[in-house]
Write a protein that binds this ligand. Sequence first.
Ligand SMILES: CC(C)(COP(=O)(O)OP(=O)(O)OC[C@H]1O[C@@H](n2cnc3c(N)ncnc32)[C@H](O)[C@@H]1OP(=O)(O)O)[C@@H](O)C(=O)NCCC(=O)NCCS
Length: 222
Amino acid sequence: MAYYMRNMRKEDVPQVNKIDREAFPTQWPPPDYRRELQNPLARLLVACEDNPEAAEPEMEIPREDISGLAPRIKRWWRQNRFFGKEPPQSSGHCIIGFASMWVMADEARITNIAVRQSYQRQGIGELLLISIIDLAIELKASIATLEVRVSNLLAQSLYHKYGFTQVGLRRNYYTDNREDALLMSTESITSAPFQAHFQQLKRDHAQKYGERIKSPTDSMSR
Ligand SMILES: CC(C)(COP(=O)(O)OP(=O)(O)OC[C@H]1O[C@@H](n2cnc3c(N)ncnc32)[C@H](O)[C@@H]1OP(=O)(O)O)[C@@H](O)C(=O)NCCC(=O)NCCS
C-alpha cells in the first residue's frame, strides 16, 4: 500500500466525517470540516491511499438524521445508485487519515489527528503529525500545542515521541464524560534541539516506511 499527503478538499469531507465518527464517536457537537475548509486560521491535511480501487464514493448524510430516515435512504441509495447509469466519479482516492490545526499568531494548535482503524499502526498517524509540524514551521508558528484525553495513552505516546510535554490540565474538558484534557506543547519548533530530534524522527520514519510514501501532488501551504 502506498500513500501520500495533501490538503483536504471539499469532496473529501464525507470520508473525513466517517473517520472522525469512527475515531471520536462521542464528540458533540461534531466538527464541521466543510466549514473548517473556509476558516482562514485552519489547515487540514489528508492521507490518501494511492489506490483508486479503494475509493468509495460517499453520500453525505446529515449527522442529526443518522438515527432515523437516513440509514434507509443510504441503503436505498447504495442499492440503486448505479442503476442504468455510470458510477459517480469520486476523488479517486481513499482517505485513510486526516489532521487539522489552527494557526494563531505563533501557535499551531493541533485540533485533530485520526487514522482509519484498519490502517492504524502503519506509520500514517506519525506522517500526519510530521506533515502538520512541517506545515506549522512553514507558516511561521513557533510552538505546537494540543489537547488530549487523559485516558488516550496511545495518542499521548505519539505526542511524547515528538517532544510534546504536558503543560496544563483542563478539568472536565470533554462534554460526553467530563474527562480531563492534558494540554501538551512542544518547545520552540524551530529551535536547534527540537529540530535535531524532529529531523532524526523523520529519517527513522522514512527508513521504516519511506517506500510506501509518495510525494504530495500539491503544495500543502496555500
Ligand atoms: C493516535 C493515532 C492517530 C495514531 O495513528 P497510527 O497511524 O496508528 O500511529 P503510527 O503507526 O504512526 O504510530 C506512531 C506512534 O504512535 C504511538 N502508537 C500508535 N499506536 C499505538 C499503540 N497501539 N500502542 C502504543 N503506542 C502506539 C507510538 O508512539 C508509535 O510510535 P512507534 O511506532 O515508534 O511505537 C490513531 O491511533 C488514531 O486515529 N486514534 C484515534 C483518534 C485519536 O485518538 N486521535 C488523537 C486525538 S488527540
